[in-house]
Design a protein around this ligand. Sequence first.
Ligand code: NAD
Length: 412
Amino acid sequence: MQNGGFRLGCQGPLQSAFQGLWVSKEGLDAAQEKWVEPFVDTSEWEYFDLSCQSRDQTDDKVLHDAVASGKRLGAIFKEPTITPTTEQVKEFGLKKPFGSPNGAMRRGWNGITISRDTIHIPGIKLGFENPVFFERHAVGGEYGASWKGVGKGKVLTTFWPENEKEKPTIVDGRVLHDDESAVVVYDNPLDNVEDLARIFFDRCLEAKIVPYVVTKKTVFKWQEGFWQKMKKVFDAEYKDAYLKAGLLDKTGGELVHLISDAATMQIIRWTGGGFGMACHNYDGDMLTDEVAQVHRSPGFITSNLVGKNEDGSLIKEFEASHGTVADLWHMHLRGEETSMNPLGMVVALLGAMDHAAALNPATQAEVTKFTVSVREAVYEAFRTGNGTRDLTGPQGLTTEQFVDWVADNLAK
Ligand code: NAD
């Protein structure tokens, strides 16, 4: 795909979703045309083009509109987007270095968690035998950091309470001795960790998965709060059910905390799967990329943002965990064959449709029938050796052949 497509969406029956840009014939633009359009009325889907050029032309109004639409509709499908680098700002001739669309959505939808799970194709062993679930805290940490490059001197970080009657507190004071240092300030908001905990523990319990909480709190002492909140919710609301389900048999009957560096090793060793990890924003970003590698391809991982509206209803945004597959896009522009695995994006689009139907149950049975049959048709392609080359090797199908194979199967 080009430099950042997006289709938002989803209200109503088979009239869901959003869009940005399926500009290329890579993957899902063709998939939507051949797998979805013949069967589904998409006329009420709302589309937004979040490419850098479109954001530039609209002075980023398009992103604001997309976030407002998502908040209103509650069910969203999003393609990967680009946060332009300094070089890309020049390359695309942009007015300014636009910020991350994902960050704007996480803030705009009161993002709680980005749930990332392995996708499994019945009948084929990928990296993990059983599902692996991740809950990545959607806010805070390094992504929201401010920083400055400075020289020798002193740094003082002060907290000023909202209530002006309370006295300010010094958070940190330090002396910098180097000619050059990077000074960084960030915070970890903790109010929605309990919501994250409930989403995580509900999901793991339903799928019979052993939950772990991952931090580096032994050294990064400020991460203790995340663990404490997770444990409090677990002990008060979930422990009994987990004990009854036998899911704590291997963890001494307790919720277990894993240090993040130990977690990186376990992800490679625990190829049986059947475990879940909840963690801070940056750890979740890194660890889920590792999961993607063990599980054969970033095309086999979901990435779903869960946020909350003021009325308490959940906003769900579905996407694949991978980026814009820029290398394949450039091969495509050079006229070379590509083999992009669209499964992560397809599962996301179908997930958005399922969620839209859950919000509007009148059509749920009809929607479910469709989404199940598309998922099955894609699985069938992989099962019969007609998969993309990330799984099947050099004899696998090209992007276009794969889309046509599934379309033919759906039409039967
Ligand atoms: P990428 O995930 O696009 O690609 C990494 C590698 O994996 C590439 O070699 C690619 O060909 C391969 N790959 C990824 N998904 C694949 C699939 N479905 N089928 C076959 N091969 C696949 O990551 P990148 O190259 O580091 O990033 C490209 C751009 O995407 C960057 O601008 C980055 O900022 C952006 N990005 C966006 C998101 C998002 O919007 N959610 C996430 C990650 C990266």
